[in-house]
Write a protein that binds this ligand. Sequence first.
Ligand SMILES: Nc1ncnc2c1ncn2[C@@H]1O[C@H](COP(=O)(O)OP(=O)(O)O)[C@@H](O)[C@H]1O
Ligand SMILES: [Mg+2]
Length: 270
Amino acid sequence: MNPGNRDIQTRLPGVQSLCRLHIKGRNRRLIRLENVSWTLPEGGDIIRDLNLTIPGGKLTVVTGPNGGGKTTLAKLIAGLAKPSAGRIWLEGEDITSLDVTQRARLGISFGFQTPVRFKGLTVQDLLETAAGRALDFDTLCDITGKVGLCTVDYVDREVDARLSGGEIKRVEIASVLARGTQVSIFDEPEAGIDMWSFKGLVDVFNRLKREKRTLIIISHQQRLIDIADEILVLSEGQVRDQGPREAVLPGLLAGEIAGFCPVGRREKAQ
Ligand SMILES: Nc1ncnc2c1ncn2[C@@H]1O[C@H](COP(=O)(O)OP(=O)(O)O)[C@@H](O)[C@H]1O
Ligand SMILES: [Mg+2]
């Protein structure tokens, strides 16, 4: 538990349970990074002393130049990378030492930028593994339909190299939906998805947003940035900007070159 929260409860023992409820409600599914760094084995910080809070129940789009550390940040939150320094909190609980499976049990799921392919595993197998239970036809239809795949055509397909880049990406997003976790991280979900299906993808995220899930979407796509509650701009392993969309978007659009040139961003930030 967050030491600050414990302190409040010690000082007010009479209202302890009420207080715990209030704290839990207020901090629900919120993620906090405290002085987090991630250093390469050969040296060099990819993430540098990062302090940030990702609000619970909201859609945060993480954007910024290529190589800025977005995927690394996502892996640190999902437990696929261990911080070299610092702590990571979920709802006031220190999850720094938890591995990816333990974090998945706490309700964090991650859709890879480049999804893993599994020979011999069908789409249905993958979705059922993600959901942790057998799925009936209607449920499969519902999940695959959300990502624009027809269940009849796809449930028996293997999640192997024969699926196209766009298809595997949709299956990956469907598996995150099947997990139904409270915190879902999507790394460039638009990659490989044709423009024709893009509206469907935006609808999926809007639906999750209405359900008050905590969503972290790494993206450069304006149509996804447009539905963000919060925008986090990451460059050279550091936060360049963060806040409500209305506050961050004008600066992001004005400094468009910064999306491509980290030097441009650094010069602008000074
Ligand atoms: N395991 C690794 N070994 C070496 N370099 C890495 C490794 N992981 C990430 N990097 C480097 O760290 C930087 C940030 O990577 P990444 O987080 O994938 O950036 P982004 O997702 O913002 O494009 C890049 O320069 C990348 O090449
Ligand atoms: Mg990336």
